[in-house]
Write a protein that binds this ligand. Structure first.
Ligand code: C2E
Ligand code: MG
Ligand code: MG
Ligand code: MG
Length: 291
């Protein structure tokens, strides 16, 4: 615990800060041992086109770190990865694995030659002047088609260094890579970004989808967001759909693509091949016990 009594009993660190610091150093240890032991894992979660009968059109690559026999989730290490700069090395590993999947014969046999891989970029990467060259070098090394790569960014990541970030996005798109605005509708994302940023796709955040049925205002905003995105000719992905009632609601609103536990959870490469077909049906929750 970083909490320490200072002059006159003043505590220089709050418990909260202490807890955060120790979580960060645990995260850093996790990262260093994962990097040293090929422990950076690429989990995949399908993105499904409801308009095309549940066809899997894309996978989001989601990072996990091996932690002994456990698997660490991004919540345990992304913050530390960003603050230490280790996100670069982690992301290189993840992107390498994600691109391997894109050209994997078993995958293209199952999901076709045009499915897309979505990769998250952090603010550190977005403001890196080497981003585009490094990305293109990896893509070429795998013989992958840049048009099948979709990079997910957040508005706050752009704000760190807007001029460089914007320049990177423009250049990535010139190479045929598409850009998705992640977590839209939560945090600080604003409508002006929809006009100003070079974007292809909008991902509407999970927090926004929660309690949609019970909150009429959320429903109106959601309907308008989907409508707006479609008028602006962005692809729209609704994230975090867990329940069939929500699925029906957002489909009625015009949502075309869905990512959520209702179709599949993020899973390792081999599980995808074992468990997922080229088209998916919603996984209905088990019926509630009577009484
Ligand atoms: P994100 O990019 O918004 O990713 C979606 C998150 O929502 C994932 O969490 C996914 O498991 C979760 N999710 C998807 N469908 C549902 C659902 O129906 N219900 C619920 N409750 N959750 C759902 P995950 O994998 O824990 O990732 C969290 C965040 O960590 C990501 O949010 C992303 O910001 C970050 N992240 C993950 N992988 C990477 C990476 O390779 N690089 C960077 N920079 N960030 C990453
Ligand atoms: Mg994402
Ligand atoms: Mg998201
Ligand atoms: Mg998120």
């Amino acid at each position: 615990n970083a909490s320490s009594a200072g002059v006159g009993g003043i505590h220089y660190y709050s418990d909260d800060l202490g807890a955060r610091a120790s979580r960060a150093s645990h995260g850093e240890q996790l990262i260093r041992s994962a990097l040293a032991s090929d422990g950076v894992l690429c989990f995949l979660q399908p993105i499904v086109s409801v308009r095309e009968g549940g066809r899997v059109t894309a996978f989001e690559a989601l990072m996990r770190l091996k932690d002994g026999d456990d698997i660490a989730m991004p919540g345990a290490f992304i913050e530390a990865a960003e603050s230490t700069g280790l996100i670069h090395q982690l992301s290189q590993r993840l992107i390498d694995k994600a691109l391997q999947i894109l050209v994997d014969p078993a995958f293209t046999h199952r999901f076709g030659r045009d499915f897309v891989i979505n990769i998250n970029l952090s603010r550190h990467q977005l403001k890196d002047v080497m981003l585009v060259d490094e990305m293109m070098a990896l893509i070429h090394r795998h013989g992958a088609d840049p048009r099948r790569v979709n990079l997910e960014i957040t508005e706050s990541a752009i704000l760190a260094e807007p001029a460089i970030a914007l320049r990177n996005l423009v250049r990535l798109r010139e190479h045929g890579i598409s850009i998705a605005l992640d977590d839209f509708g939560s945090g600080y994302s604003s409508l002006s970004q929809l006009c100003e940023l070079p974007l292809d796709c909008i991902k509407i955040d999970r927090r926004f989808v929660m309690d949609l049925e019970r909150e009429p205002r959320k429903r109106h905003v959601m309907t308008s967001m989907i409508d707006l995105c479609r008028r602006l000719e962005f692809r729209v992905v609704v994230e975090g759909v867990e329940e069939s009632a929500t699925l029906k609601t957002v489909c009625d609103m015009g949502a075309e693509q869905i990512q959520g536990f209702i179709y599949a959870r993020p899973m390792p490469f081999l599980d995808v091949l074992d468990r997922l077909g080229a088209t998916l049906s919603p996984i209905l929750p088990p019926p509630r016990a009577a009484g």
